[in-house]
Design a protein around this ligand. Structure first.
Ligand SMILES: Cc1cc2nc3c(=O)[nH]c(=O)nc-3n(C[C@H](O)[C@H](O)[C@H](O)COP(=O)(O)O)c2cc1C
Length: 337
């Protein structure tokens, strides 16, 4: 897999992007190691404050002069599923089961405009985003600063919308992917990757980046054969030495040997996300859900403070049983040799 990746006027010697993984996985060390090794490292900044985005960027730049991406969550406007009191009521039994006291106040998501301004001020080579389209003003602001733009699509319809909006490349995320489905539609849960690539290739001339279940050179080769120009891999980097993956999560990943180890849940955040099967996918999971991102905030203390894997969000893709440990550079090498 020797072919380089071109996005706008950027060139990467290895056509593999380390997926942005918000929540502390994509540490400056991981991002820098992947970019330094010829891939494209991405900082998952969706949950970061503006100050933390700036600090993380400085930390990456202290480690490498090579280009990297920052990833943000496009603003969403999901219709209410149920009100907050109802959602909290449904979560009572989950907090009790975990032995975690339910707080009376919950944190909120960082303001998108403030995150965006911080991103502009540090001027990464690329801004990638998920969950929808960005308004013209954001696209123009990136253009003015020569920041390449990469949006995420889970259907041909979404990919066409992104192409029309003026992005430089599109991540096509298949339903095999770990983490949140980047659908532009709150209920979307994705579709299989390979047919999605073929269908989009027939309509779209922009670079297409395949994501979802790509854990080996062969997987990536198949995606390229279907018409993709590059691969974005998340789960493959979860056990990288440089990743911020917690010990509980690492143990659960290492214990995964079955091909049906993952499932999709809406209960953690109000949107579809794929992870290792645990209580969030089972009968104990709440049914009454607040809309994204409110549900995410309501479940955050439970996920953070509980011990063991039962109530953690253990995001991972469908092919997680092929996961390997090692340095980020070694993992990149196994994906591209
Ligand atoms: C732990 C985890 C967190 C993720 N967080 C983000 C994120 O913040 N932004 C984003 O665009 N995609 C995110 N994703 C999705 C990835 O961009 C990508 O689509 C996915 O990892 C590809 O599937 P794979 O995990 O099977 O390689 C995340 C994936 C994982 C596994």
């Amino acid at each position: 897999m020797a072919s380089p990746l071109f996005i706008a006027d950027l060139e990467f010697s290895r056509a593999v992007i380390q997926a942005p993984m918000a929540g502390g996985i994509t540490t400056p060390e991981l991002v820098a190691a992947v970019s330094e090794a010829g891939g494209l490292g991405s900082l998952g900044a969706g949950y970061l404050t503006p100050e933390a985005i700036i600090d993380a960027t400085h930390a990456i730049r202290a480690l490498t002069p090579t280009p990297f991406a920052i990833n943000l969550f496009a603003p969403t406007h999901d219709a209410p599923g149920c009100d907050t009191d109802q959602a909290l009521n449904a979560l009572k039994a989950c907090y009790a089961d975990a032995g975690v006291e339910m707080p009376t106040t919950f944190s909120t998501m960082p303001d998108f405009d403030a995150q965006f301004e911080a991103m502009l001020s540090v001027q990464p080579a690329l801004l990638s985003f998920t969950f929808g389209l960005l308004d013209r003003k954001y696209i123009d602001a990136c253009r003015a600063r020569h920041i390449a733009l990469v949006g995420t699509a889970t259907t041909v319809f979404e990919a066409n919308g992104l192409a029309r909006s003026g992005v430089d490349a599109i991540v096509l995320q298949g339903e095999e992917a770990g983490g949140h489905c980047g659908s532009h539609n709150p209920a979307g849960a994705g579709q299989p990757l390979l047919p999605l690539i073929s269908e989009c290739r027939a309509h779209i001339a922009l670079p297409l980046i395949a994501a979802g279940g790509l854990m080996s050179t062969l997987d990536i080769h198949r995606a390229l054969q279907a018409g993709a120009d590059a691969a974005q891999c998340g789960t493959a980097f979860l056990l990288a030495d440089e990743a911020g993956t917690s010990d509980t999560w690492r143990r659960a990943l290492k214990d995964t040997h079955e091909s049906d180890a993952t499932d999709i849940t809406y209960a953690v955040s109000g949107r579809a996300a794929r992870g290792l099967k645990n209580a969030w996918m089972g009968p104990q999971a709440p049914r009454d859900l607040a809309p994204y991102p409110m549900q995410h905030q309501l479940t955050a203390p439970l996920r953070r403070q509980s011990t063991g894997p039962k109530w953690k969000s253990l995001w991972a893709g469908k092919q997680v049983h092929h996961i390997r440990s090692g340095s980020a550079a070694d993992i990149l090498e196994t994906l591209t040799h």
